[in-house]
Design a binder for this molecule. Structure first.
Ligand code: COA
Length: 577
């Protein structure tokens, strides 16, 4: 079928839906819902059989839904309506939640149900539920609905049908959740309630709070098991996060956003937002084997396998975070492990250099440089591992430099549902580094590399395996994936297997180094990056500004709007595509 994705932004769910539908053989186009006129124009150009809206913030125009079947993916159970579906479910501690695929009509979220899926609701941040359970359920329900539609056997359920309730988890209309619903009363709320409030608001809009004499929004909450103090008091800091006492314990807050007078603000590590106000707050070292606390990087060894987890918030890696990870990686190299597994985090593997920290710095060009050098040092450390085999285990999505960081490992495996964005160009024509000019040709030929880098499209794990970018797509769920990776790593650590592979890799690296030293690749990439950061062309700085401030698109980027490409480009489009 010809399927058009109508979206507010090409977000993670839209990208996954795009990848899956392409894989099923459908012809896809993407249109950004900029305004009614351009949406109508895009639809008229593509003439879709079906329109799917995985991520849309306003109602589809009547002129569109009255002519084409339009499917809305709503992150709620049947009957649930409103813009804060997941927020309410998390805040109210629902045990089960779901996703509904419904047909657009004149009333928001009230159309006929084409399919739905339910899942157990984890106690976790909204963005984590969205990127995992919601995404998997949405893809399943949507594919089922489209298959039935194509075969002509679809039986939509009317939301007005009162029998819908029989045996089905049923929701109802909920208003938008306001800050007053999210507000924390530090003198009353328990740790569990505080965590739920922050989880329900993470990654947006955050919980508005008052701390050290300023209004801040809170994100990234973790329970602390041992520290105690007067409720609301700051007890300590660690790697950019602060720990705050509650009535029955304490929580770590990793990120905050202070809103400026112009309404803009950047989400940053908490201590960067609080600045001098936390200068005297003690640094709390990690006590090994302590129960629950916040750890930015976790290294654990099981037999001959070392597992390195780095769940950096949003997968963004600042210069300081890269250095801390490099130090931890060096410790893994010095251990007696025979295999090192790089796990990234559960919601993002890595998205490359930290664009928010760069944007907030005094000199974004200098900070970009510091960050890419630190990232390159990390990649180099992995590439020059001569005593261990390395595996990058991508349970979650990766983008830009994060993908090339993964390629530094000896083998790269991803969970089946993972989406990769192995390109830099979307960030203002950034050239990219992370030794990609060495790493990519090891796996792809020039034509495939060009398709990947210039096309700027997301690819599913299955597609990445098919083109040879990664070695395998394993497991449907995170638990399945972790289990399969653990077994694979144990097999790799078997002394016979390990020594044969290790000598082959060391020999290959030596040959490669003799042909062209890694330093030459790095120097050549950094020469381009220097121009990106310090040169006359400001595209990278402009693109980064728009990215971190989430500026809405004024038109659909032409790399996505295939249906608009056949027409001659207007001057304005040429200048901005
Ligand atoms: N630095 C800082 N923050 C980043 C980031 C980065 N490199 N990559 C993603 N984020 C943040 C976003 O700002 C967003 O923040 P939020 O919590 O306020 O919502 C969050 O991570 C999720 O990103 P989003 O773009 O909404 O996710 P997505 O799944 O729709 O798209 C990517 C994934 C990777 C395509 C997209 O995030 C991206 O292009 N990131 C930038 C990659 C890059 O150019 N890195 C620099 C060069 S190495």
């Amino acid at each position: 079928m010809r399927i058009m994705l109508l979206v507010e932004a090409f977000n993670s769910l839209s990208q996954r839906v795009y990848g899956e539908l392409v894989r099923c053989g459908h012809e896809l186009a993407v249109e950004f819902d900029v305004n009614t006129e351009s949406t109508q124009q895009g639809v008229a150009l593509f003439k879709p059989d079906v329109i799917v809206a995985p991520y849309l913030k306003r109602a589809i125009p009547r002129t569109v839904w009255s002519r084409y079947p339009c499917l809305i993916i709503h992150p709620g159970i049947p009957g649930d309506r409103g813009p804060s579906a997941l927020d309410w479910a998390i805040l109210e501690g629902r045990r089960e939640w779901g996703v509904t695929v419904l047909q657009a009509n004149e009333e928001l979220d009230a159309g006929d149900i084409w399919a739905f899926e339910t899942f157990p609701l984890r106690i976790a941040p909204k963005s984590s539920i969205y990127r995992n359970e919601v995404t998997e359920a949405a893809v399943k329900a949507l594919c089922r609905a489209l298959t039935s539609y194509k075969r002509g056997v679809l039986r939509p359920l009317s939301q007005r049908d009162t029998t819908l309730g029989a045996g089905i988890l049923r929701g109802y209309h909920r208003p938008a959740m306001m800050q007053v619903d999210r507000a924390i009363d530090w003198g009353q709320d328990t740790t569990e309630v505080i965590l739920r409030k922050i989880y329900a608001s993470d990654s947006a809009p955050g919980v508005r709070d008052w701390l050290c004499g300023r209004t801040v929004y809170l994100y990234g909450a973790w329970k602390e098991a041992t520290l105690r103090g007067i409720p609301g008091a700051l007890l300590g800091q660690r790697d950019g996060a602060v720990c705050r006492a509650t009535v029955d314990g304490a929580v770590w807050i990793t990120h905050m956003q202070a809103v400026q007078q112009d309404g803009r603000g950047l989400k940053l590590p908490a201590t960067a937002v609080l600045g001098d106000a936390v200068a005297d707050v003690p640094c709390i070292p990690i006590v090994q084997n302590s129960t629950e606390t916040w750890r930015e990087i976790v290294r654990e060894q099981e037999g001959a396998v070392c597992h390195l987890h780095f769940p950096f918030y949003n997968g963004a890696m600042s210069a300081d975070q890269c250095r801390r990870l490099t130090d931890e990686y060096k410790r893994a190299k010095e251990s007696d492990a025979r295999v090192i597994v790089l796990h990234g985090g559960p919601d993002h593997w890595s998205n490359g250099i930290h664009l928010h920290v760069i944007e907030a710095s005094e000199s974004p060009a200098d900070e970009s440089w510091r960050n890419i050098e630190a990232m390159n040092d990390l990649v180099l450390e992995i590439l020059s591992t001569t005593r261990q085999m390395t595996i990058a285990a991508l349970c979650a999505n990766a983008g830009a430099g994060g993908v090339f960081l993964a390629l530094a490992a000896d083998a790269v495996y991803a969970r089946q549902g993972v989406v990769l964005n192995p390109h830099y160009k979307n960030m203002g024509n950034l050239y990219g580094s992370e030794y990609w000019t060495y790493l990519l040709p090891r796996r792809l030929d020039a034509e495939e590399s060009d398709w990947l880098l210039q096309g700027r499209l997301p690819i599913t794990a299955a597609k990445a395996v098919a083109v040879g970018l990664i070695d395998g797509a394993l497991g449907r769920t995170p638990a399945e994936f972790r289990d399969m990776i653990a077994r694979l790593a144990r097999a790799w650590a078997h002394p016979d297997f390990w020594s044969a592979r290790l000598s082959a890799k060391v020999a290959r690296r030596e040959e490669d180094e003799a042909r062209r030293p890694l330093g030459a690749y790095r120097a050549a990439e950094l020469a381009h990056m220097r121009r990106n950061f310090y040169g006359f062309d400001r595209s990278y700085h402009v693109a980064r500004y728009h990215f971190v401030h989430k500026t809405l698109h004024a038109h659909t980027p032409l790399y996505l709007a295939t249906h608009r490409r056949a027409r001659p480009l207007t001057q304005a489009q040429e200048g901005t595509s």
